[in-house]
Design a protein around this ligand. Structure first.
Ligand code: DGT
Ligand code: CA
Ligand code: CA
Ligand code: ZN
Length: 574
C-alpha cells in the first residue's frame, strides 16, 4: 500500500512548513497524514473506484491534498514537496529524527547557531553552545546528546513491526512461484528481535535461476546489490536490505537453522557438533571421519541429533538456552494463540482513533474473551484525558454496550498518570469504581533512580493499580528508559497483585526481554497488551507475545492467557 508513503510525505511537508514559519497548514497536513495512516483501504483503490472525490472523503483531505495524492499515485512524486524540500539544507531532515527535536527547536538551532545537520549539532554540543540558547538549558543539551547516541546505535535497523509486514508480503509473492519447494523467513526476523538489520529468506528449489530472477523483479525491490547462484541481495523500496538463499531440499533443515542464527548460538552449536565427532554447516550435519551427511527431516531432528531438545527461534541467542536444552529443561513458552484478551485499549474518548463500539467489535472478531477500555486520565490534556465526570459517562456507556454482548466481558478501566510525586491523577473514589487501572509514567522521565523508585512504590502501595503500563517508557532508538530499581518494583508488584505490562506497540516493546526474564524469575506476572489507539493496532499483539517469548515467559506467567474467572480472581474484580 502506498498509504504509508503518502502519510510520511505529508508529515515531512508539515515539518518543513513549520520550519518555514507557515501557520495552520502544518496541522492540516498532520491531520491528513494521521487519517491516511489508519485507513483500511488502499489510496490507489479509492482513487480507482471513486476518483478525487473518493479521496476527499478521507477526514482532513480537501481538494488541494487530494490533488497531491493523485499526483503521487500517477507520478510517484509530489513536485511541490520536492521544491519545498530543496529550499532547506538536507541535513535538517536528519535532525527531525532526533528525539526531543521537533521543527520548532530545529528552527532555533538553524537560525541562531547555523546548525545544518547532525555534524553541526554535535559540534555545537561539544562547545556547549546549546545550553545558552533561550528555551534549551544544560539539561536539554545533555538529552540531545543522549538522543544522538541512541540514534547512531540504531542506525540502519528497522522495527520488527515495520519489517515483518514487508517480509510477509514478499513471502506471499514468492510462495506463488511453482519452482519454490520450501520457503521460510530466517535471521533476526524469525527470531522476532525487536529491531531487524535485514530481511533474510531461505528457499529450496531445483531451479535457482528462476527464483533469483523472480526475487530481483519483485515490485518492492529498488536496487539489486548482488545476484548469484545461491545468494542474492537487494535493497527494498522501504530502504531495508533483503537477502535470499536458494539451496536444495536435502539442505533445508540445517540451512534454516544456520540462517536463523543468531551467530553466537550457531557457533555454540557447531562446537557441540565437533565434540560429538560431527561437523555442522549451512549445508548439513556430517560425520567428521568420512564427510557423510546425516539426513535431517527438520530443525527438531537436528537439535535432537546434537543431544538437545528443540529450541524455539525466539530463544536462540546463546543466553543459557543451550545448557537447558541439554537437560531437556527449557520452559514451554507462551503461545501466540494463548492470548484471551487485551487490557490496554484507547478509544475516541481520549486520543484513540476508533470508537468504543468499533474497538469492542474488533475484539469480538478476534474472539477475545475479555478486554479493558483504558483511556488516558485528565493530566494527559493533549491526549484529551478523561476527568471524573467523563469517566462516569464512559462507564455507563460500557454497561449499556455490555448488556448487548454475551461473548465478551468489557472491563471498565483507565490508564492513569503516575505523577512525579507518586500521586495518581484520579481520586480514589473514581478509581475504585473501575475494574482495571493501569498506572503509567508519562512525564518526569528524568528523575533519579531513587526518586523514580520511590514515586512508583508510593503509587503502587495505594492498592489502586492493577497494571504497571509500559514500565520503562522507552521508545526504541529514540527515547531512553526511565530508571528505577527493578527488585524493589518486583516486590511491590508481587505484594499488590500488579502485573507488569509488555506493551506490544512496535516502537515501545516495553518491557525488554531481559527484564521480562527477570520478572518471571521473580514470580511477577506479565500482561501482554497492545495499547491500541485504533482497531488496526490489535494486530500488534504478536510483537508483544514474541517479546514475552524472548523473555522466556510461559503461559502461566502471562495473565491475559487466563480464563475470565481466573483473571477476575487475580485482580480481585467482582
Ligand atoms: P540482523 O540482520 O543484523 O538483524 O541479524 P541477523 O541475525 O539476521 O544476521 P544476518 O542477516 O547477518 O545473518 C543471518 C544469519 O546467518 C545469522 O542469524 C546467523 C547466520 N550467520 C551470519 N554470519 C555468520 C557467521 O559468521 N557465523 C555463523 N555461524 N553464522 C552466521
Ligand atoms: Ca538478517
Ligand atoms: Ca542477512
Ligand atoms: Zn501510555
Amino acid at each position: 500500500m502506498i498509504n504509508d508513503e503518502v502519510a510520511r510525505i505529508f508529515y515531512e511537508i508539515a515539518d518543513v512548513l513549520e520550519l518555514k514559519d507557515v501557520e495552520w497548514k502544518p496541522r492540516a497536513y498532520r491531520k491528513a497524514a494521521q487519517a491516511i495512516e489508519s485507513l483500511e483501504k488502499d489510496l490507489v483503490e479509492i482513487y480507482k473506484n471513486d476518483g478525487t472525490k473518493g479521496l476527499m472523503e478521507i477526514p482532513g483531505v480537501g481538494e488541494a491534498l487530494a490533488k497531491k495524492i493523485v499526483e503521487y499515485i500517477e507520478t510517484k512524486k509530489i513536485k511541490g514537496y520536492e521544491r519545498l524540500k530543496s529550499s532547506l539544507p538536507k541535513g535538517l531532515f536528519e535532525l527531525m529524527n532526533v528525539m526531543g527535536l521537533g521543527p520548532s527547536r530545529i528552527k532555533v538551532l538553524y537560525k541562531k547557531l547555523n546548525v545544518k545537520g547532525l555534524k553541526d549539532l554535535e559540534r555545537a554540543i561539544k562547545k556547549h553552545k546549546i545550553s545558552h540558547l533561550e528555551g534549551f538549558g544544560l539539561k536539554s543539551e545533555e538529552n540531545i546528546q543522549k538522543a544522538i547516541e541512541l540514534k547512531k546505535k540504531g542506525k540502519g535497523r528497522f522495527l520488527l513491526g515495520n519489517a515483518l509486514p514487508i517480509a510477509e508480503n514478499i513471502l506471499t509473492e514468492l510462495k506463488k512461484l511453482k519452482e519454490v519447494n520450501k520457503i521460510n523467513i530466517g535471521g533476526s526476523l524469525r527470531r522476532m528481535q525487536e529491531t531487524i538489520g535485514d530481511i533474510d529468506f531461505l528457499v529450496t528449489s531445483s531451479s535457482r535461476k528462476k527464483i533469483m530472477d523472480a526475487f530481483t523483479k519483485l515490485p518492492d525491490v529498488s536496487r539489486v546489490l548482488a545476484k548469484g547462484e545461491t545468494k542474492t541481495m537487494v535493497i527494498l523500496k522501504q530502504g531495508i536490505q533483503s537477502d535470499i538463499r536458494v539451496l536444495e531440499d536435502k539442505n533445508y533443515a540445517a540451512a534454516l537453522q544456520y540462517f536463523t542464527g543468531n551467530k553466537e548460538h550457531n557457533i555454540a552449536l557447531r562446537s557441540i557438533a565437533i565434540k560429538k565427532g560431527l561437523k555442522l554447516s549451512e549445508y548439513g550435519l556430517f560425520y567428521k571421519k568420512n564427510n557423510k551427511m546425516i539426513p535431517l527431516k527438520s530443525e527438531q531432528e537436528l537439535y535432537n541429533k546434537l543431544g538437545l531438545s528443540y529450541i524455539e527461534p525466539e530463544l536462540r541467542q546463546n543466553n543459557g538456552e543451550i545448557e537447558l536444552a541439554k537437560q531437556n529443561k527449557l520452559p514451554k513458552l507462551v503461545d501466540y494463540r494463548d492470548i484471551k484478551g487485551d487490557l490496554h485499549l484507547h478509544t475516541t474518548y481520549s486520543d484513540g482513533n476508533s470508537s468504543l463500539i468499533d474497538m469492542i467489535n474488533e475484539a469480538r472478531r478476534l474472539k477475545y474473551k475479555y478486554i479493558a477500555i483504558t483511556d488516558h486520565s485528565k493530566a494527559r490534556a493533549i491526549a484529551n484525558g478523561l476527568n471524573e465526570s467523563r469517566i462516569l459517562k464512559q462507564i455507563n456507556e460500557i454497561k449499556k454496550l455490555q448488556s448487548k454482548f454475551n461473548d465478551i466481558k468489557i472491563f471498565t478501566g483507565m490508564e492513569v498518570d503516575i505523577k512525579s510525586n507518586g500521586e495518581l491523577d484520579l481520586d480514589e473514589g473514581v478509581l475504585k469504581k473501575l475494574d482495571i487501572v493501569i498506572g503509567s509514567v508519562h512525564s518526569g522521565f528524568k528523575q533519579s533512580k531513587e526518586e523514580m523508585t520511590k514515586c512508583l512504590v508510593r503509587a503502587f502501595e495505594t492498592g489502586l493499580v492493577n497494571i504497571f503500563g509500559h514500565p520503562t517508557t522507552r521508545l526504541i532508538n529514540t527515547r531512553p528508559e526511565i530508571q528505577f530499581d527493578f527488585n524493589t518494583i518486583f516486590k511491590t508488584c508481587r505484594e499488590n497483585n500488579i502485573a507488569l505490562e509488555v506493551d506490544s506497540f512496535p516502537e515501545r516493546l516495553d518491557l525488554k526481554d531481559i527484564y521480562i526474564k527477570n520478572a518471571v524469575d521473580n514470580d511477577v506476572k506479565i500482561v501482554v497488551n497492545t495499547d491500541s489507539h485504533h482497531t488496526d493496532h490489535f494486530r500488534f499483539i504478536k510483537y508483544g507475545v514474541s517479546q514475552a517469548r524472548r523473555g522466556w515467559a510461559t503461559k502461566k506467567d502471562v495473565i491475559n492467557t487466563y480464563r475470565l474467572r481466573d483473571i477476575k480472581k487475580f485482580f480481585n474484580i467482582k
